[in-house]
Design a protein around this ligand. Structure first.
Ligand SMILES: [Zn+2]
Length: 583
């Protein structure tokens, strides 16, 4: 008797669950059972992926089934599915798995598509053809859905699913947004407070204190998402985000947005909205946790200060006599005005940068570094933990709602009463909206600079041995300039440069931490740069690049430029060995 294994996949059930009714878990199972009985197979196991759509790759039960096939934990003879579309995501996927099955002498059978069997030549051929057709269909369905949405968006500006944002209701008949006066007042307050210079934190606290709209809870991410939502200007935007995997969305570029202008009554004028966007951008640039001169590739631009005229130095590049390019810092006062305004000389970048980093070695003692590090570490971890638990809480709420949805769908499926669908439809839409609202909040967490606790701890382990701190300045020098800059600018507020009459330079280092100024008097051009410095940095940068492009395991998208801070934590987590080999 052949040993059969059944595989069932039920698609994610949304408000449009009717589409899936035909292929419910029960239906699939009974077809598989019947088929096995007919063929005289012994059905020894059934793998089920519930709520997984064919378009995404995560199918845990499917993977488990193939693991067992590959490792011969179970000697199945045939896999039985309800239909081909339950089994493979696309032609390639199908062929890959059919190949594996062939290798392990496992046949394929579809309970409703009788000719689909791998035990004959014709069946194999048909599987290839059908696989391609199924793939084409899925692509077409996705396109049709999108085209329809775009069409409706352009012509009518109707509400297209999703949630009514705070401030609006959805008119059940016209499906258009209508102002909810009470909520709209709160939205206005949020925008006005922000324009008055209040931070998102303050606004959130204010709303909680006031128990605005009778609610006790407001989250910062909700307030932020209100402040950036163009819906309040009366425009409808579609296609702002795209799915990049199960439950994950990504912002589309503005050129891909579909805008339906003046589709409903605005709450906020476009002028005010634009001012708020501008302000938000400025504020995020001034965030102390971000690098003040983000994008600046030079360690000391903006930090070096002219003792002569008080202006900042910035970096510039020049060719020397033999045609090689070299970089130097120059006083911006001199550059802007004239030689007569300020006579400060340019300073070679490759001479002064290492000098300043070395100076940190001398003045920052281990105890202090350790204290600073621990303090910052605790701040990061406690806020990460807090955020994480908030996020988990939201996820729990969302799961609960999903369960409710599933129960409703089940009720509809199990009942023969056609009217039940209509009765539950509104319920279902409401639940779906809530779930999506929670999803947006959950995603907002990811968009924040949330530090990964695990990586932080790995980072700490690497840098702190017992009570000794091992972040030496040599290590700092191996990092790329942007990261060096991040570290240096955490400690050093500014460095005042004065030119002495004997040709030496006097550097006065002022710290951000409680620490006496340091004075360095040196002929800067004579500073020696360690010979192996560039080579080691090059190796390190190679690792950075590698990890950025193909490194860590949870990353599946195209290459992105990561915040260097985040990147180094990831590198340390995933390439510790590699780094040790290079050092
Ligand atoms: Zn100057």
């Amino acid at each position: 008797m052949k040993k059969a294994v059944g595989y069932i996949r039920v698609s994610d059930m949304g408000p449009k669950a009717k589409v899936n009714l035909k292929e419910s878990q029960e239906t699939q199972l009974s077809h598989i059972k019947n088929y096995c009985e007919q063929k005289g197979y012994e059905l020894v196991e059934v793998y089920e992926d519930l709520d997984y759509s064919g378009g995404t790759s995560k199918r845990p039960a499917f993977q488990q089934m193939f693991n067992e096939i590959k490792h011969k934990d179970n000697d199945y003879d045939v896999i039985v599915v309800y239909s081909l579309s339950r089994f493979a995501r696309n032609l390639k996927d199908l062929l890959v798995h059919i190949d594996i099955m062939e290798e392990h002498n496992v046949e394929f059978a579809s309970a409703t598509e009788e000719f689909l069997r791998t035990d004959n030549y014709m069946g194999t051929f048909m599987i290839n053809i059908l696989g391609a057709i199924a793939e084409l269909q899925r692509m077409q369905i996705a396109e049709t859905v999108r085209d329809n949405m775009i069409g409706i968006a352009r012509s009518k500006g109707r509400f297209l699913g999703g949630i009514a944002p705070l401030g609006y209701n959805i008119n059940p008949k016209t499906k258009k947004y209508e102002i909810n006066n009470e909520e709209a007042d709160v939205v206005e307050t949020i925008f006005n407070m922000y324009l008055e210079g209040k931070g998102i934190d303050t606004i959130t606290q204010h709303l909680i204190r006031e128990r605005a709209l009778g609610r006790e809870k407001y989250s910062k991410s909700t307030i932020r998402s209100i402040l950036v939502n163009p819906i309040y200007t009366g425009d409808l935007h579609y296609n702002r985000r795209k799915n990049i995997g199960e439950d994950r969305k990504k912002w589309n570029g503005e050129d891909q947005w579909i805008v339906n202008e003046d589709s409903h009554t605005p709450i906020i004028s476009k002028k005010i909205f634009n001012e708020v966007q501008k302000l938000m951008k400025e504020k995020s640039n001034n965030n102390p946790f971000r690098n003040k001169h983000k994008g600046s590739k030079h360690l000391l631009s903006g930090i070096l200060t002219c003792g002569n005229c008080g202006n900042h130095y910035f970096a510039n590049a020049k060719l020397n006599g033999s045609g090689n390019k070299y970089e130097y810092y120059i006083c911006s006062g001199k550059q802007r005005h004239s030689r007569a305004f300020c006579q400060a000389k340019g300073i070679r970048v490759d001479k002064i940068d290492p000098l300043l980093i070395d100076s940190m070695n001398h003045i920052i003692n281990q105890d202090m570094l350790l204290k600073l590090f621990n303090k910052q570490f605790e701040e990061y971890t406690s806020s990460s933990k807090k955020k994480l638990s908030e996020k988990l809480n939201l996820e729990r709420q969302k799961n609960k709602i999903q369960e409710q949805i599933n129960r409703l769908v089940k009720k509809v499926i199990e009942s023969d009463d056609k009217r039940l669908e209509e009765i539950y439809e509104e319920n279902m839409i409401e639940l779906k909206e809530k779930s999506e609202e929670l999803q947006i909040e959950i995603e907002n967490f990811d968009e924040d600079d949330m530090y990964n606790i695990e990586s932080l701890e790995a980072f700490k382990k690497m840098l702190v041995k017992g009570d000794k701190f091992e972040l030496t300045m040599d290590f700092v020098k191996m990092l790329d300039k942007e990261l060096q800059r991040d570290i240096v600018s955490r400690f050093i507020d500014k460095v005042i440069v004065e030119e002495l009459e004997n040709g030496n330079s006097k550097l006065t280092v002022k710290y951000k931490i409680e620490m006496e100024d340091l004075q360095i008097v040196k002929k800067i051009n004579k500073v020696k740069v360690k010979e192996d410095f560039d080579e080691r940095r090059e190796i390190f940068n190679k690792i950075l690049n590698h990890v950025a492009h193909c490194g860590y395991d949870d990353y599946t998208g195209p290459p992105v430029s990561l915040d260097k801070n985040e990147l180094i934590l990831k590198i340390i987590k995933h390439s510790q060995m590699l780094i040790h080999q290079c050092l």
